[in-house]
Design a protein around this ligand. Structure first.
Ligand code: ADP
Ligand code: ADP
Length: 218
């Protein structure tokens, strides 16, 4: 469970996130919707403990700054289409993360298979398309088998088959009882993906409702 309470972030004169309060429950795919610049990435970075709130709080299973403290076993995330070093192979990138997080080496082969990159595991990430980098970022998020997963604009760069695959993945993760938060700037991406929608604009909450409630309101 993710709990965001009166969360606010200012960069100088810019208020990126303004008093956001919402909860993300396990067992659902929760869509985090808003136009570019609405504050989605900033909110996710604060949930991950990568950015410090100006005020308010974000907690994961009751604790702040989960990623720093617990590593990939607790919270997995895809941010900015992953951050793998271009000179490294996909497998080497994941091995390094597995080692530093005390995860078994076999997880690398498992997640590469899960995201469909097993055939290119030894290739340099620098030669990957955006869609392949998204898949690698998703593999990174899955590596620690975490109960809480955040995906920032995961669909960018994926082809239609990739989009169907990633939707099925989010569904399976939720059915396993995990907490799944997926951001997008496109409602059309969310309507077939999310059970629940949190909509923000200019850093403020606009809606927090089930997909059916959202669809009924139009
Ligand atoms: P979204 O993910 O919804 O596109 P962001 O969280 O990236 O939105 O950005 C929200 C606002 O905060 C934007 O106005 C953006 O320009 C600003 N912002 C984000 N990161 C920084 C930063 N490091 N320094 C200054 N302004 C930032
Ligand atoms: P259980 O749900 O009984 O605890 P596991 O969590 O080990 O069992 O995994 C159940 C299924 O989900 C397996 O097919 C496994 O490969 C897959 N799986 C495990 N961890 C993840 C993960 N983080 N993301 C996606 N699928 C996973």
């Amino acid at each position: 469970m993710i709990e965001v309470n009166q969360l606010t972030k200012r960069y100088g004169g810019v208020t990126a996130v303004n008093g956001l309060t919402f909860t993300v429950r396990p067992g659902h795919v929760t869509g985090f919707l808003g136009p570019n610049g609405a504050g989605k990435s900033t909110t996710m970075r604060m949930i991950l403990g990568l950015n410090r709130p100006t005020s308010g709080s974000a907690t994961v299973d009751g604790q702040p700054f989960a990623r720093r403290r617990h590593g990939l076993r607790h919270v997995g995330a895809l941010l900015d289409a992953g951050d793998a070093h271009p000179g490294r192979s996909a497998a080497a990138h994941l091995w390094a993360l597995a080692r530093s997080n005390g995860l078994p080496r076999r997880r690398v082969a498992e997640v590469l298979r899960e995201v469909g990159l097993e055939g290119v595991a030894r290739r340099r990430v620098g030669g990957f398309s955006l869609g392949m980098r998204q898949r690698l970022g998703i593999a990174t998020a899955l590596l620690g088998d975490p109960p809480v997963l955040l995906f920032d604009e995961p669909v960018n760069g994926l082809d239609p088959e990739g989009v169907r695959w990633v939707r099925g993945l989010f569904r399976r993760l939720a059915e396993q009882g995990r907490t799944v938060l997926v951001s997008s700037h496109l409602m059309s991406e969310m309507e077939n993906t999310a059970d629940h929608l949190i909509v923000i604009g200019q850093g403020e909450l606009i809606a927090d409702e089930s997909r059916t409630e959202f669809a009924a309101r139009g």
